[in-house]
Ligand binder design. Structure first.
Ligand code: CP
Length: 358
């Protein structure tokens, strides 16, 4: 497979490359001992500026199962970030200690910003509400294992489709495979962002938007539930208006086809009733387990890359223009060049994909 220096956005890989990683993950699952020493002597740095259970621990266990070591923090307040160290310096230092760097951060575009100065490959383990490409690889492996295909699927997404980075990355990925259709179930406040809808349309795929799960369920091959992301709301009142709107329970599961599967990137709050766990269509715990194997495959595909820094910013530097997304990394890391891609009468932020009308 062609080596890629960083994984910032799922589209840094081609669909053929995703399929290679998924096939390798399948091989590792079949014969894990074959790969037990594949990363001996290598170190993975883990910079988790935001809480995580699955992503952090599946990356760590993936590296340990490959025979490598791990080093990093899971709480920036226990690091020199608490003394005011900027992202550039932390990345520069830790990438010098590591062969591969995995980073989760609450701000959008942070992984790309980190990759600008890193001396080893950077993997985006979630940047705010923007992207979560390794969850997408997990989801693709789950679909391949549980549905036997990545094509011709009608996939429903339900919940916080505005802030759900896993939703954004998976919609982009599934738009690249033939015959997929999407049913987007959310309140009007939490709809999929326009740039993702534009991506689906440009890929020649169809989507419809519904307000209720009941309308969507009978048509689905896959239901991808998501939690309402409390940490992304501006105020507790805004969150209170959105929470508890959607709950998949045993009664609603009766509306779904017998071979539909239910996925969820987890953690769940209350959007899937615990009773659904006993339904054989519930695949979300298996999905979390697949995540470790796909991350083993990803580490193997990226770590031996003869690392060479490549230009990452695709746009034009316009330091007099500010991104209008308040969660964009450019607002806190002031040294970053403001780079935008001009598309017609719109500027697209190179870090967070915010669209700014001219
Ligand atoms: N799916 C996922 O990213 O879970 P964590 O937040 O626990 O890593």
């Amino acid at each position: 497979m062609t080596k890629i220096p960083h994984l910032i956005d799922i589209n840094d890989f081609t669909s053929d490359q995703w399929c290679s990683i998924i096939s390798l993950a399948h091989e590792i699952m079949s014969a894990p001992m074959v790969y037990a020493g594949a990363c001996r002597g290598k170190i993975m740095g883990t910079l988790f500026y935001e809480p995580s259970t699955r992503t952090q621990m599946s990356f760590q266990t993936a590296m340990l199962r490959l025979g490598g070591g791990i080093s990093g923090f899971d709480n920036p307040s226990n690091s020199s970030v608490a003394k005011g160290e900027n992202l550039k310096d932390t990345t520069k230092i830790v990438s010098g200690y590591s062969d591969i760097l995995v980073m989760r951060h609450p701000l959008e575009g942070s992984s790309k910003a980190a990759a600008l100065t890193a001396d080893c490959p950077v993997i985006n383990a979630g940047d705010g509400g923007h992207m979560h490409p390794t969850q997408t690889l997990t989801d693709l492996l789950t679909l391949r294992e549980e549905k036997g295909t990545l094509s011709g699927l009608t996939v429903g997404f339900c919940g916080d489709l505005k802030n759900g980075r896993t939703v954004h990355s998976l919609l982009k990925a599934l738009s690249c495979f033939d015959g997929n259709k999407f049913i987007l179930v959310s309140t009007k406040e939490l709809k999929v962002p326009e740039y993702i809808k534009d991506y689906i349309t440009a890929a020649g795929k169809e989507y419809v938007e519904y307000l209720t799960l009941e309308e969507a369920l009978p048509h689905l091959d896959v239901l991808y539930m998501t939690r309402i992301q409390r940490e992304r709301f501006g105020s507790p009142e805004e969150y209170d208006r959105q929470k508890n709107v959607y709950c998949l329970d045993a009664a609603k599961m009766k509306l779904a086809p017998a071979d539909m599967i239910v996925l969820h990137p987890l953690p769940r709050v209350d959007e899937i009733a615990v009773e659904v766990d006993d339904d054989r269509r519930a695949a979300y715990f298996k999905q979390a387990n697949y995540g470790m194997y796909v991350r083993m495959a990803l580490i193997l595909c990226m770590i031996d890359y003869g690392f060479e820094s490549k230009p990452l910013l695709k746009g034009t530097v316009m330091n007099d223009v500010c991104c209008t997304n308040p969660k964009c990394i450019t607002h806190t890391e002031k040294y970053l060049p403001h780079s935008f891609i001009k598309t017609g009468s719109v500027l697209v932020c190179d870090y967070c994909d915010e669209r700014i009308s001219l």
